[in-house]
Design a protein. Structure first.
Length: 200
């Protein structure tokens, strides 16, 4: 099994690359998505979050109010650590389940936004970085997510620099051109991954 760490700064187009790799046959594990799943209504994860932070982090329909919880934990490092202590092990268990269910020749792609920031590169056989210049990422965040420029700049500044990310990369996928160019580069990378997997 080949384990790929896929990362890229906000607005780089990492999700587009993940979609294309999935379409080629990779098993994509999106840690952020799993982190949302483990605290859905009716889960032990949500029960633990409520036990720790109180009913006020719930919406009227019983689902987690992420914005409310975010405002609580991001202002207090101890509360953030308490939340991580609930969610991270549950995400780890779910990822382990998915790994056990996959066949030995699977190319597993882990979509990990903060791979570089959290020094996770050693966990993977190959690190792929989706790269785009900061000014283009700011423009995309404004166009696709309606994010004001100061917010986009602050988000980018809070993440690893482009240079730090590129330094961690085994493979770089530039995403500053057309979708056709991105498709072509992902196709090349997929062939490279298949060859690596075959070599074992």
């Amino acid at each position: 099994m080949l384990k790929i760490g896929l990362t890229g700064g906000i607005g780089s187009g990492k999700s587009e690359v993940a979609k294309r790799l999935s379409a080629k046959g990779a098993m994509v594990i999106d840690a952020d998505r799993i982190a949302r799943e483990v605290v859905e209504p009716g889960t032990p994860g949500l029960a633990r979050v409520v036990a720790t932070f109180g009913e006020e982090v719930l919406r009227p329909d019983g689902s987690l109010n992420r914005e409310k919880l975010g405002s609580v934990v991001f202002a207090d490092s101890e509360k953030l650590a308490a939340l991580n202590a609930i969610v991270h092990p549950l995400v780890g268990e779910r990822v382990a389940e998915l790994q056990r269910a996959a066949s030995d020749d699977t190319i597993m792609v882990y979509d990990v936004p903060l791979l570089v920031e959290n020094n996770l590169a050693p966990m993977y056989d190959v690190v792929i970085v989706v790269d785009a210049p900061d000014d283009l990422r700011i423009r995309r965040l404004a166009e696709h997510r309606g994010m004001p420029e100061p917010d986009a700049k602050a988000r980018i500044a809070a993440q690893a620099t482009r240079e730090e990310r590129l330094a961690a990369a085994d493979i770089v996928i530039p995403n500053d051109g057309s979708m056709a160019e991105l498709d072509a580069r992902v196709a090349e990378v997929w062939q490279d991954l298949l060859a690596r997997a075959a070599r074992g």
